[in-house]
Design a protein around this ligand. Structure first.
Ligand SMILES: Cc1ncc(COP(=O)(O)O)c(C=O)c1O
Length: 388
């Protein structure tokens, strides 16, 4: 048992602000009563304001994986082809969900160090003259690598081909942390989750749904029941759910989005970019490498740090947790043991970030990782030089 507060610096679930925790602790209300309708309509509106859409939205009492499945079953039919990308562990898992559902996945291989290449999207869609590809599915922020794909460029590449495929975007680890525009970027299904930039506990996931996706849903042939947009949108129009909602998480959602708007979305995004830059300054000063190799794709949400050869990231993370009470993200899939991930998202301030980076530096000294001391100071200098 250590004194002080545990530092949860994984790239989600992120720290839940006290205001949100208090909101969640309100007494549960009747989800079929009049008070609920007001809450339901309010949270749908608030969610749309963060997705930046005037179109439809639904809220699932499920983790993000459920909303991945929901996007596919609402719009596609057995045997449909989906263009997906090996950006990292989450791109890979989503492709697995699609295959499990009986979809044909065109899986573009990747190096786990870069995002979706818009040129490849253009090339694959141009080659698909019979329009067999029904959807392009991209992870906006690949949480396993710290790489943020360029969605507007992907949209522009799709538009250049004139191909009618739908565009699905997983914003589970970007929504509320990274600039995102469902309507303006022509996204058909935006998939979000509660436990990252929205500063809530795990348990909710979201869709923003375009008119084109709604139209696709009318003829989609995959079986769907729990995930079916039809009853959700019908109940949602009155602020209700077709089944029992996660009422208390919705209290939290109302409060969390209010906090984002009080700070201002643009300022929230700028804060994330600034903390990410300070973190990269620390990594560079330590003489280590970040996993993302494309500068314009550096994630504002997290930084994955590659270990020097012969050193185990998990040993370092364990030492930092045991001695300094800081949780860092593990390397996932192919990157297991090879990277550790620093979450700098959500409810975080400068001392929280500096404390995390200081603990990492102390941990590297403790376990004998070769590094140059001073990274935490480099981050402090960046924060001082960019202080508003
Ligand atoms: C980008 C991304 N997509 C999908 C998921 C899966 O979501 P969940 O674990 O909430 O089911 C995660 C989880 O971290 C994620 O980061």
């Amino acid at each position: 048992m250590s004194s002080g507060r545990h530092f949860l610096q994984i790239p989600g679930p992120s720290n839940v602000p006290d205001r949100v925790l208090r909101a969640i602790s309100y007494p549960t209300i009747d989800h079929r009563g009049p008070e609920f309708a007001e809450l339901g309509l309010d949270v749908l509106d608030k969610l749309k304001s963060v997705m930046r859409t005037e179109s439809e939205a639904v809220i699932y009492p499920a983790s993000g994986t459920g909303a991945w499945e929901a996007a596919l079953v609402n719009t596609l039919s057995p045997g449909d082809r989906v263009l997906m990308f090996e950006t990292g562990q989450f791109g890979t898992l989503w492709a697995g969900v699609a295959r499990d559902l009986g979809l044909e996945v065109d899986f573009v291989p990747g190096d786990w160090r870069s995002g979706v290449d818009p040129a490849v999207v253009e090339e694959r869609l141009s080659a698909d003259t019979e329009h067999r590809i029904k959807a392009v599915a991209a992870v906006h922020n690949e949480t396993s690598t710290g790489v943020t794909s360029r969605i507007p460029e992907i949209r522009a590449a799709m538009d250049r081909t004139g191909h009618p495929a739908l565009l699905f975007v997983d914003t589970i680890s970007s929504l509320g942390s990274v600039d995102y525009r469902h309507d303006e970027w022509g996204v058909d299904v935006t998939i979000g989750g509660s436990q990252k930039g929205l500063m809530l506990p795990p348990g909710l996931s979201f869709h923003g749904i375009s008119a084109k996706a709604l139209q696709a849903a009318e003829s989609a042939g995959l079986p769907r029941s729990y995930w079916n947009w039809g009853p959700m949108l019908a109940s949602g129009a009155g602020g209700y759910f077709p089944y029992t909602p996660a009422t208390n998480l919705l209290f939290g959602l109302r409060e969390a989005v209010a906090m984002l708007h009080e700070e201002g979305l643009e300022r929230v995004f700028a804060r994330h970019r600034r903390f990410a830059a300070a973190t990269r300054a620390a990594v560079a000063d330590w003489g280590l490498e970040v996993q993302c190799r494309v500068e314009e794709e550096y994630s504002p949400v997290l930084t994955a740090v590659a270990m020097p050869d012969g050193h185990d990231a998990d040993k370092l993370r364990t030492a930092i947790l045991d001695h300094f009470d800081v949780s860092l993200g593990a390397g996932l899939g192919k990157l297991s043991g090879r990277v550790f991930r620093i979450g700098h998202l959500g409810h975080l301030n400068e001392p929280g970030l500096l404390g995390t980076l200081g603990a990492i530096e102390a941990g590297m000294r403790l376990v004998g990782i070769p590094y140059r001391p001073g990274g935490a100071t480099a981050a402090a200098e960046h924060l001082a030089d960019t202080a508003a």
